[in-house]
Design a protein around this ligand. Structure first.
Ligand code: HEM
Length: 510
């Protein structure tokens, strides 16, 4: 065949596909779920690659059953399913996108962190966990004034860099107190980081002020250890693995919160107006009284519970990854120790800051892949062509793989602080600017990246700075010994945890 006839054929195909795309755009827009052609081949023929399980009736025999088998029965994480099913590689070869059927739901899968969609077109992020989270801001719709005031009440504290810096002395003080009690004992790293962070959070003035009975006591009690250590994982299971089956086991969050608020009533009552519990009572238009604590509705108690557990359980998981990565690499560990002992900070980002951000990128402390559902029809551009997205479509972001984008990071699969150096744009960049809402390179703080990321975690700065301060204390004062680490992702855990974080043994340096 001559080259000109190949060209003619390609042009012919591209004309056919252009016309087909337009007809398909019109068909989806007009008939939505009743547009038959979407079920026969690709959802967006000629525009987005489609990964099919079966050629015909893909929506019945498509990925749903296999996804369930892989994630819920075999315990793998969602990103692993996408890699093993071939969805990831198809997206990689096709501008970072591909579609598939999750049962009857059309799904668009993205493997890059680029933001393409406006937040208001999508369901509230934690909508599938409403039963667990009550009226938590993440379950409230975009543009809802109540959501805005809830977010502002938290973000002005936990997202305020100068306020967070003013907490440094307390974070150091309570880190030292906790570490002193943990010296010369072999402890599971998971238990250590969870208890350390929960202890510090309990005592820092003006956050939750659990001075009478710190969170650690509930975490280690027979009654509440299940709810206080597994709540976030369950929520992640519901969303990431689409597995709502065990939700009812977690009603214990209501008595836990009522008891914790009653036990700590006096210190919360005396706390400054920054206290996030009192701020929530204000938003509910309720005075903070013992009677009202006792009579909190289940939705209110769950909202408080979700916030308080998020406070320590996310940061502690992140810290666990950070320590694992440091301990696996002698060169990095040496530099961390030098930075921890140094009293001068010339750069906007210290070496420890780089390490914390790199651990957030590579380990993450949120499920490997997450999705939100289109609730309004919208269009977005794929290589200059408009794609019509009908309501009901799932928008998946494979965050684990997007955070390893070789077009952004020089050493994407390894723990290497140079990866963070590669995204520094100016000498002024620091933790705040790198994690700003309109920076998309690292996605660990948004479920999927939307334009301007209005839901990006409001406490991300608190979490990153806190880890940096804690690491400085640990590595300036202690010899750290970590045994039996395995940083593969653990099976049967919806939150990405190391397969074996090992045990930590701390000794005071002379
Ligand atoms: C490393 C630590 C943390 C990670 C990885 C993390 C991750 C996330 C993610 C992925 C979201 C969803 C954003 C979206 O809807 O797209 C989120 C939201 C949220 N996070 Fe965090 N988080 C962390 C620490 C914290 C802490 C310490 C708190 C303190 C209470 C917190 C409170 C919240 C709240 C209230 C939201 C809802 C925001 C909204 O809907 O506007 N997070 N976080």
């Amino acid at each position: 065949m001559s080259s000109s006839s190949i060209t003619n054929k390609t042009q012919h195909i591209s004309w056919v596909s252009k016309i087909y795309s337009r007809v398909n755009f019109w068909g989806l827009k007009t008939f939505k779920a009743y547009w038959i052609l979407q079920y026969l081949g690709s959802i967006y023929p000629g525009q987005i690659a489609h990964h099919r399980k079966k050629y015909l009736l893909d929506c019945i025999f498509g990925h749903h059953k296999y996804f369930y088998q892989s994630t819920v029965i075999d315990g793998k994480d969602a990103s692993t399913y996408f890699a093993q099913s071939g969805i990831s590689s198809m997206a990689l070869q096709n501008d970072g996108l591909c579609t598939f059927w999750m049962g009857w739901q059309p799904a668009i899968y993205q493997i890059t962190n680029q933001a393409q969609i406006r937040d208001e077109y999508l369901s509230p992020s934690t909508a599938p966990t409403k039963e667990l989270f009550g009226d938590f801001m993440g379950t409230l719709p975009h543009g809802c004034p109540l959501r805005a005031s809830k977010r502002a009440s938290l973000e002005t504290i936990l997202g305020n860099p100068s306020y967070i810096l003013s907490l440094k002395k307390y974070i150091e003080k309570y880190s030292i107190a906790f570490i002193n009690d943990s010296l010369n004992t072999e402890i599971s790293l998971e238990t250590f980081t969870r208890n350390l962070v929960a202890y510090i959070d309990s005592f820092i003035p003006g956050i939750i002020d659990f001075n009478a009975k710190p969170l650690t006591e509930y975490i280690n009690s027979q009654e509440y250890s299940n709810i206080t250590t597994n709540f976030v994982d369950l929520a992640a299971n519901v969303i990431s693995k689409m597995n709502p089956e065990t939700i009812e086991d977690f009603e214990a969050i209501v008595p836990f919160i009522k008891e914790a608020l009653t036990d700590n009533f006096d210190s919360i009552n005396l706390a400054s107006e920054t206290n996030i519990i009192k701020r929530l009572f204000d938003i509910w238009n309720l005075p903070f009284t013992r009677e009202l604590v006792e009579n909190l509705s289940p939705d209110q108690a769950k909202e408080l519970g979700a916030t308080i557990i998020a406070l320590y359980d996310t940061t502690s998981l992140s810290l666990m990854w950070t320590i694992c990565f440091i301990e696996k690499n002698e060169v990095i560990k040496e530099k961390v120790i030098m930075d921890a002992k140094s009293s001068i900070q010339n750069e906007q980002l210290s070496f420890i800051d780089l390490v914390v951000l790199e651990a957030i990128r590579l380990g993450g402390s949120n499920p490997t892949a997450l999705w939100r559902q289109a609730i309004k029809p919208f269009t977005f551009d794929v290589c200059g062509k408009k794609v019509y997205v009908r309501p009901g479509t799932m928008i998946w972001l494979d965050r684990h793989q997007a955070n390893q984008d070789p077009n952004i990071y020089p050493d994407p699969k390894n723990f290497n602080p140079d990866n963070i150096k590669a995204i520094i744009r100016s000498r002024k960049d620091n933790i705040d600017s790198i994690l700003a809402r309109n920076r998309y390179e690292i996605n660990s703080f948004s479920m999927i990246n939307t334009l301007g990321n209005p839901r990006k975690c409001p406490a991300r700065l608190y979490s990153a700075y806190m880890q940096s301060f804690i690491l400085k204390v640990i590595y300036a004062n202690c010899e750290v010994n970590l045994q039996n680490i395995n940083t593969e992702i653990r099976k049967f855990s919806a939150m990405p945890k190391p397969e074996n974080p090992g045990t930590i043994y701390l000794q005071l340096l002379n």
